[in-house]
Design a protein around this ligand. Structure first.
Ligand SMILES: *[C@@H]1O[C@H](CO)[C@@H](O)[C@H](O)[C@H]1NC(C)=O
Ligand SMILES: *[C@@H]1O[C@H](CO)[C@@H](O)[C@H](O)[C@H]1NC(C)=O
Length: 225
């Protein structure tokens, strides 16, 4: 669990992306035109296909007794595709397009945190079969730069359109998931000037208000007291 009270995969892989993107929506909207779309690319993973979305299991409640990080990971990677599709659908008329993708198994130092022999094993496999950082960056940029895929709502596996988990195509499910996500991060949205009134700050924390250049967007951050 994180300090915010969410399961780590859920917060890091989904809620954080959801919050950042929704905070950016006013800017994305105001800078989008039919000839110059705003594009949001959500990084998912091939693991999305084995994910299983369940409102009762957002924080891994159903698998908490026997931690299964792989399932938690796959489920949140499915959430990435669901979020991208729903964003694309909701803001279709605002010229905001969203797509999700699998960038490749990137050969980075991320596995260094694992136990030494695991890190060595993974590193060797990655060296042999992994995608280079440069190639992965190209796979991430592909849906942004390719004019052929301006309609959004797709999923790319290393630059090639690929099959998605059927749950990501269930519009009622993705719609409700958006609503639920919005509720979960609701306290991080600031309603203009009512900073003090809107937010019940947990004891021992303080707030920090940030503004963009036009002063339109404000949000706060809990700092450890
Ligand atoms: C976006 O809108 C167009 C035109 O109204 C429609 O043809 C298309 O199906 C919509 N796409 C999505 C993803 O809702
Ligand atoms: C999500 O919220 C919107 C706006 O409040 C509402 O119109 C829609 O029916 C909700 N979706 C679901 C699936 O509950």
């Amino acid at each position: 669990m994180t300090d915010d009270g969410f399961e780590q995969h859920f917060q890091i892989n989904h809620l954080s992306h959801f919050l950042l993107t929704t905070l950016l929506l006013p800017t994305l909207k105001s800078s989008a035109f039919p000839e110059s779309l705003s594009k949001v690319i959500i990084t998912s993973s091939r693991a999305q296909i084995i994910g299983n979305f369940d409102f009762e299991n957002l924080n891994g409640e159903k698998i908490s007794k026997k931690p299964k990080p792989t399932m938690l990971y796959s489920n949140t990677k499915l959430m990435n595709v669901m979020f991208a599709n729903e964003l694309n659908r909701r803001y279709n008329k605002s010229n905001i397009k969203s797509t999700s993708m699998h960038p490749g198994l990137v050969h980075t130092k991320i596995f260094k945190a694992e136990r030494k022999f695991v890190a060595l094993g993974v590193s060797t496999v990655m060296k042999l079969f992994g995608t280079s950082v440069e190639e992965c960056a190209r796979n991430i940029l592909f849906p942004v730069l390719s004019p052929d895929i301006d309609e959004g709502g797709k999923y790319f596996d290393c630059g090639v359109e690929a099959k998605v988990n059927p749950q990501a195509l269930d519009q009622e499910l993705t719609n409700e998931f958006w609503n639920v996500s919005e509720k979960l991060v609701n306290k991080y949205y600031i309603n203009n000037d009512n900073v003090e009134n809107e937010v019940n700050l947990p004891e021992g924390t303080e707030h920090k208000v940030m503004k963009n250049k036009k002063g339109r967007m404000k949000w706060w951050k809990v700092l450890k007291g």
